[in-house]
Design a protein around this ligand. Structure first.
Ligand SMILES: Nc1nc2c(ncn2[C@@H]2O[C@H](COP(=O)(O)OP(=O)(O)OP(=O)(O)O)[C@@H](O)[C@H]2O)c(=O)[nH]1
Ligand SMILES: [Mg+2]
Length: 384
């Protein structure tokens, strides 16, 4: 093993297979370590260039070399986890401090990563447009600046800014990770039909046979700048004798119903689908209560004499577009999605732990605790 060099090598893109993985070489010995992998890098000038990467003497990739400064270089290799692993190992072999200690490559956020790097980590996983814009801003220092300005204030002014920051963080949670929205209700209510409509393709079987859906099925659905996880589930059977001719309920269907009922307990929002005119409560299992996060949607609003859609119900077969719009509105209202919760430049705490800490800092009594807690957020300085 070579002696330690003054260079840190870390993978700054998320773990896993991707188009490109970016390796950062930081420190005065960065060019020396890089030249072991890419001999042509020794003569590289500031800017961009193509280099060949060699491992154990054989060429293994063609990469983009970015020379930001003599002590800050980036190697953009193809995004193969094995390749990244091998490059880090070969850097460690010549004495570099590699990112096993940083944790970024293994998927964990090291506590020695600054706020900006952690925002980039979250950005790589964020599915929604609004969340991505918020995280990009935090990666460019918005949260750091907000905390600095908060700590520069005192008394009531500081109390107010802290409360606003917490409120923004809570509002942003559903922009940063998808809410879980469940379609539930009696068999044949039209859950799978609506699910396919919202997903935009025939993802699951919708059929007049009661009990068609057996399992929970998830798909991502965009709602403006937000993304939700929408779930289809097995229909519940009425507790009294069913009016629909049904085959005997078997063990698989029973398991599906159990899974649906369990999900009802933990979903952020339950859309309870019931055909227009049917009793919405009839299929609820004993003891089950409609929570505050339930919204009833009447389906089959085209059936019979009553042509009530879209005000009283939806009809996917007859008026798909109106149905989709109505359901989107119900989801946005049910989840209290706020597209205007953030404007560029405002800090948004983006990790659950940050929100937990902020909650502990609200109120006059917690004033003294703010500097140590929030100061620690800034302890690792922003990168070069
Ligand atoms: N007329 C009418 N038919 C509908 C409507 N929505 C769904 N259907 C039909 O009702 C039948 C059942 O629809 P599904 O979407 O499979 O119902 P489901 O709630 O998923 O049923 P399970 O999976 O058995 O719980 C299918 O034949 C659909 O075409 C509607 O609004 N109006
Ligand atoms: Mg179904």
């Amino acid at each position: 093993m070579a002696g330690r060099l003054d260079v840190r090598v870390r993978c700054v893109t998320p773990p896993g297979t991707g188009a490109v993985s970016v390796l950062e070489f930081l420190g005065p010995d960065a060019p020396r370590v890089l030249a072991q992998l890419c001999p042509s890098a020794a003569a590289a000038r500031p800017g961009l260039g193509l280099v060949r990467v060699y491992l154990a003497g054989s060429s293994c990739d063609e990469a983009l070399l970015v020379v930001r400064s003599p002590s800050h270089l980036e190697l953009h290799v193809h995004g193969n986890p094995l390749l990244v692993e091998e490059i880090l190992a070969s850097c460690a072999l010549v004495g570099a401090r590699t990112d096993e200690h940083m944790g970024a490559h293994t998927g964990a956020r090291g506590s020695d990563q600054n706020l900006e790097a952690r925002a980039i980590w979250a950005l790589a996983r964020c599915q929604g447009e609004l969340g991505a814009r918020i995280l990009l801003d935090q990666a460019q220092g918005a949260l750091r600046r907000e905390i600095q300005s908060l700590l520069a204030k005192t008394g009531t002014q500081q109390d107010v800014q802290l409360e606003q920051l917490l409120e923004r963080a809570l509002g942003a949670r559903l922009a940063l990770r998808p809410a879980q929205v469940l379609l539930a209700g009696p068999v044949n209510a039209g859950k799978s039909t609506l699910f396919n409509l919202m997903v935009g393709r025939r993802r699951v079987i919708a059929h007049q046979t009661p009990g068609t859906t057996r399992d929970l099925v998830r798909e991502s659905v965009r709602l403006g700048g937000f993304v939700i996880d929408l779930w289809d589930s097995a229909g519940l059977r009425p507790l009294d004798p069913s009016p629909v001719p049904a085959r005997a309920i078997d063990a698989v269907e029973r398991a599906g119903i159990r899974a649906a009922l369990e999900f009802v307990e933990r979903a952020d929002l339950v859309l309870w689908l019931v055909p227009l005119g049917a009793d919405a409560e009839r299929v609820l299992p004993p003891g089950a209560q409609r929570g505050a996060n339930w919204r009833v949607i009447r389906t089959h609003a085209d059936a019979g004499e009553e042509r009530a859609w879209p005000e009283q119900g939806i009809s996917v077969p007859q008026r798909a577009q109106a149905a989709a719009q109505r359901v989107q509105e119900l989801i946005a209202a049910g989840l209290q999605l706020q597209p205007t919760l953030w404007t560029q430049g405002q800090g948004v705490p983006f990790e659950d732990e940050q929100i937990r800490q902020l909650e502990g800092l609200v109120g006059e009594k917690a004033r003294d605790a703010r500097r140590p807690v929030l100061g620690a957020w800034l302890a690792v300085p922003a990168g070069p």
